[in-house]
Design a protein around this ligand. Structure first.
Ligand code: SF4
Length: 317
């Protein structure tokens, strides 16, 4: 994990700022109470930033679903599409140091998925679109972990998003420390079990990619490696893939554990696989054994603690 708290940009209304069109907010308990201790939030309200006051006339997306416009819902001569797009591009440049972004859902500016786009008959088009500010921002940061606050109520999506945020911050730290072939190879080794839990095929593919690493192609290959890693980590691990990883890791203890301890470990992994106990249960026992019998290779694995322990993200998996 990176040494300091990762910076996460966030729609300002989610932090309780009264910046919505109606002068209200959408304060998120998850963000303000659980996450705020572990990350540094950077609040952004694009609609206020482009000069729309508070309270203001609401805007909505209309027209072509692939390229909608942001238009006033009462005065349709009000068109802030270009202003939102330009501000998204500007902030993408300004916020290069962030490791993730939490957007407000359904917003014609900030929404990421299925935002209503009104077609020629004045009805929402199937599938919806993306808020114009969010679209412009994300186009400049294709590897950045982004999520809507509403989706973070799902424990699997929440854990997946925060795993990616801390991995992104880890990579930023590696670049800040100085990219070398050795550092990149070591980075990949540390992500072995995390990748095996999310995307085993990609773990092998990335290993092959790094097999061709040399001092001449390092700076061309490293960003390709990182983009593929971030894409692979978007896949959510399952009880099945987590159980496989727990089995692999516990294999490193086969010379040290007694027969009874091995049986206990196997039983807990099986109970987790069947959904009787959360992931934190077999993981805690594993960590306990590695505390008593340290293993340098396992100790460096990000999988064991991809995010701060007291976020308790694995209690709900
Ligand atoms: S959703 Fe975005 S534009 Fe709307 S109030 Fe929140 S931060 Fe501002």
């Amino acid at each position: 994990m990176g040494q300091s708290k990762p910076k996460i940009a966030i729609s300002a209304c989610l932090l309780g700022d009264e910046v919505r069109f109606n002068g209200g907010h959408k304060r998120s308990e998850l963000c303000t109470e659980r996450l705020a201790e572990h990350v540094e939030f950077v609040r952004v309200c694009p609609e206020v930033a482009i000069g729309l006051g508070t309270p203001r006339e609401p805007i909505r997306l209309v027209g072509d679903i692939a390229a909608p416009r942001a238009i006033g819902s009462v005065h349709n001569e009000l068109d802030v599409s270009d202003a939102l797009h330009d501000y998204g591009t500007q902030m993408a440049e300004q916020l290069r140091g962030i490791s993730g972004y939490i957007f407000m859902q359904k917003s014609p500016s900030c929404g990421l998925y299925r935002v209503k786009v009104y077609g020629p008959k004045g009805l929402p088009e199937a599938g919806g679109g993306r808020g114009l500010y969010a679209a412009a921002f994300c186009a400049e940061h294709p590897d950045l972990p982004v999520e809507e606050e509403g989706r973070l109520n799902d424990p699997v999506l929440r854990e997946n998003f925060l795993t990616r945020v801390f991995a992104y911050a880890d990579w930023q730290q590696l670049l800040a420390d100085g990219l070398t072939s050795r550092a990149l190879t070591h980075f990949h080794a540390r992500y072995k079990y995390l990748l095996l839990a999310t995307h085993p095929e990609q773990y092998r593919a990335l290993g092959q990619l790094l097999g061709g690493l040399n001092k001449h192609n390092l700076h061309e290959l490293a960003p390709r490696y990182f983009s593929a890693l971030m894409e692979a980590l978007q896949k959510c691990a399952t009880r099945g893939t987590h159980s496989n990883v727990l089995q692999h890791i516990s294999g490193h203890l086969k010379q040290t554990l007694s027969a009874d301890e091995k049986t206990e470990m196997q039983q807990l992994i099986e109970q987790y696989r069947r959904g009787y106990v959360p992931l934190v249960v077999p993981l805690t026992l594993l960590k306990h054994h590695f505390l008593l019998h340290p293993d340098r290779y396992i100790a460096q694995q990000v999988y064991l603690q991809p995010h701060p322990a007291n976020l308790s993200l694995r209690n709900a998996l």
